[in-house]
Write a new protein. Structure first.
Lengths: 112, 293
């Protein structure tokens, strides 16, 4: 599955849902989507990863970059309901300690 | 927008204060992974997964994460073997530092080529079924069940992931690679009588017996080893099934069209020579003859 992306802004918060394979081929549109929200004044973004079946090092670098940028502005990038593969990958790369993980996600859905 | 995300807007949750939160359906999967990661197998595993790796510090951890999370949800009795091929970038170190007790790192001091790395990994494997999968997850590990099925039921001795079999889903393969692959496929069919649509896909599963017989005589260290394996399998009368798989082009591929085509052609000659010199005789057959059975 190619990556599907859907984003939404609500007040000072934003939500992005991605689904599929989050790899180097697909990282640019995710980065664009997330940074567009930050540039638009959004402080904290909830990124729903519940339907991501694989994330590679480029995808992880995108998450880290956006998280740092959001925190510099007093906000954050919150990883919402990561799938099991994503959780294990975050754990093995020790990035699970760097991110905030939340169980409840944005109320928009991709692919329905 | 859900209340949860609005709640986070206030910045009250931080990495230091927020414990990891798991959905109930994930707890079992994560528990299986943690058990596999910390409890050594007491008996030989059902499945071995062999991943050859050469200078893979960028890709190996996500690949290991995807493989372990999926295979642990499928089969508790399995081992992961990373067959490092003389990496100089710290691949061995970062894999060892994971401390996963059922993950074995095989090493060699020099870079021999993918065929050598796969051979050493498979020969170290203890599983009843042995999968080798590329380090880039070009064929996602979720395709494992498709290959395991026919070998587990005894329908085949070897299941080969194929990007050309009907039903395969191939994404991002460049025109150059498609043309190169088609040309080599025609050459293989003409020169060796092999009708496999895809000899080179880095996703193949063997029964233990088939793996022992094949890798005891397999000799090519470079990337043509896939073709050599299938040729030996046909000589030994092993049953091979092509299984359509999903495949994603992976950035960072080290395939070089001109150089690799030349090496492939040289290897075709080497396979023919090895055959003429009797190097592909079934080791089981030779042993049985020596033992007078």
């Amino acid at each position: 599955m190619h990556l599907e992306i859907q984003s939404e802004r609500n007040g000072s918060g934003g939500s992005v849902v991605v689904a599929g394979r989050f790899d180097a081929h697909e990282s640019e549109p995710v980065l664009t989507s997330l940074t567009a929200l930050l540039a638009d004044g959004v402080l904290t973004i909830g990124l729903d990863l519940s339907r991501v079946d694989f994330i590679d090092s480029t995808g992880l670098a995108v998450l880290t970059r956006v998280m740092k940028r959001a925190r510099e502005s007093g906000g954050d990038l919150v990883l919402v309901a990561p799938s099991t593969p994503v959780r294990v990958i975050l754990e093995l790369t020790a990035l699970d300690k760097a991110f905030v993980v939340s169980e409840v996600g944005p109320d928009i859905a991709v692919g329905h | 927008m859900s209340a949860a995300v609005n709640r986070l807007d206030g910045g009250e949750v931080s990495a230091e204060t927020a414990p990891p939160v798991y959905l109930p359906s994930q707890l079992d999967q994560l528990e299986r992974y943690r058990q596999w990661a910390t409890t050594p197998l007491k008996v030989d595993p059902v499945l071995s997964v062999v991943i050859p790796a050469y200078n893979e510090t960028q890709r190996i951890l996500p690949t290991i994460g995807a493989v372990v999370s999926h295979v642990c949800s499928l089969e508790p009795s399995w081992e992961l073997i990373i067959s490092d091929d003389g990496s100089s970038d710290g691949t061995r170190r970062i894999v060892r530092e994971l401390g996963l007790v059922n993950l074995k790192v095989i090493e060699t001091p020099t870079n021999t080529g993918k065929g050598g790395a796969v051979r050493r990994g498979v020969q170290a494997a203890r599983g009843e079924f042995i999968l080798f999968a590329d380090a880039d997850q070009a064929t996602p590990i979720e395709q494992l069940e498709l290959l395991l099925g026919p070998v587990k039921t005894g329908e085949a001795d070897i299941a080969v992931g194929s990007r050309r079999a009907g039903g395969a889903d191939v994404r991002g393969r460049s025109l150059g690679r498609r043309i190169l692959s088609d040309g080599l496929r025609r050459l293989v069919k003409l020169g060796f009588g092999l009708s496999h649509g895809d000899t080179q896909c880095g996703f193949k599963l063997f029964s233990r017996d088939a793996a022992e017989r094949l890798f005891a005589v397999q000799r090519i260290d470079g990337f043509s080893f896939d073709l050599e394996l299938l040729y030996i399998a046909s000589r030994l009368g092993l049953r091979v099934v092509d299984v359509p798989v999903r495949w994603f082009d992976s950035p960072g591929s080290t395939v070089n069209g001109g150089r690799d085509t030349l090496l492939f052609l040289v290897d075709l000659g080497r396979i023919r020579l090895n055959e003429a010199l009797g190097r592909y005789r079934d080791p089981g057959h030779c042993r049985r003859n020596r033992e007078g059975t």
